[in-house]
Design a protein around this ligand. Structure first.
Ligand code: NAD
Length: 292
């Protein structure tokens, strides 16, 4: 079994790390939250005082951190001490493809390997080890890490070179954000005309308007079983839209719906609603509290 480092033990990292322990791997962990470290220690992980110590003990290091700035600062600290040759880093955070390429350059120059492996499936997917991993990296590195990722996920997809995992993740999440607003609009218009929400959702989900947001995360409370348990804060989905906008600029692509969706969610954040679930947009439409 491998010596695996895990940095970032939050909503996603905690259950992912637990699943690695359940599969029999030795785990070396660090998080700036002592509580997060204590929880993993009680499950059998070795807690270290910082990211450098985690890296020294591990052949593979997984990072699952909030954003570009924190990921960049963490790798800067790791690289400052110098790497053991052939250490493989797998970043599962959602960050920009541009940062992935820059990290690849810095890590390779010290003899390390690097893959981006953002995930889809949310906290329930992390808990049930059913995540989808979108992996960017060299073919041989992908083959070497597949077994580790399989302890945490069900679909491990090689998307291409480094940065392609993030490219796939950002496009998927942009589509999700757009379709949530579209679903909310359609449900609101149906209900406002007097249609029963359940009847209309049944029609939608067996017709051409069907999508993941309408079927599994319907914004009308009580329609999809998952609505109450899965939470995706508006601030989190808008972070991914920020990254999609940057990627569109860098690749000279037009994303008018992505831009509009970003504008809508940004206006909700400006109204101090960033903590609300991204499907709550339906309720705001229903209450006529929706302006942007
Ligand atoms: P989170 O905020 O719950 O967890 C982040 C963890 O990182 C926290 O425990 C925090 O203490 C720790 N941390 C912050 N700075 C640190 C540092 N300098 N060194 C070590 N630890 C540090 O976030 P999350 O929901 O687990 O998301 C993690 C990543 O996964 C993000 O990039 C997010 O976009 C992505 N993601 C989240 C979800 C989701 O549903 N929550 C789904 C898919 C992808």
């Amino acid at each position: 079994m491998s010596q695996i480092g895990f940095i970032g033990l939050g909503n996603m990292g905690n259950p992912m790390a637990r699943n690695l322990l359940k599969s029999g791997h030795e785990l070396h962990v660090f998080d700036i939250s002592k509580k997060a470290c204590n929880d993993l220690e009680s499950k059998g992980a070795a807690v270290h005082p910082g990211v450098t110590e985690v890296t020294q003990k591990s052949n593979y290091v997984i990072t699952m951190l909030p954003n570009n700035n924190i990921v960049e600062a963490t790798y800067k600290e790791i690289l400052f001490q110098g790497l053991k040759k052939d250490t493989t880093f797998i970043d599962c955070s959602t960050i920009s493809p541009k940062l992935v390429k820059s990290l690849l350059k810095r890590i390779s120059s010290q003899g390390g390997r690097f893959l981006d492996a953002p995930v889809s499936g949310g906290v329930p997917g992390a808990q049930e080890a059913s995540l989808t991993f979108m992996v960017g990296g060299a073919e041989e590195d992908f083959k070497a890490v597949t077994g580790i990722l399989e302890c945490m996920g069900q679909r491990i997809v090689h998307c291409g070179a480094q940065g392609m995992g993030q490219a796939a993740k950002l496009c998927n999440n942009m589509m999700l954000a757009i379709s949530m607003i579209g679903t909310s609009e359609a449900m609101n218009l149906a209900v406002s005309q007097g249609l029963d929400a359940k009847i209309f959702a049944g029609i939608l989900n067996s017709s051409t308007g069907r999508c993941w947001a309408s079927e599994f995360y319907n914004p009308v409370p009580g329609i999809s079983a998952s609505t109450l348990v899965n939470k995706v804060p508006i601030s989190l989905i808008n972070k991914d839209l920020d990254l999609a906008l940057d990627a569109a600029k860098a690749s000279n692509s037009h994303i008018p719906m992505g831009e509009l969706t970003h504008k809508i969610y940004s206006s909700l954040i400006a109204q101090n609603l960033g903590h609300r679930d991204f499907s709550d947009i339906y309720q705001l439409m229903q209450q006529n509290k929706f302006t942007f």
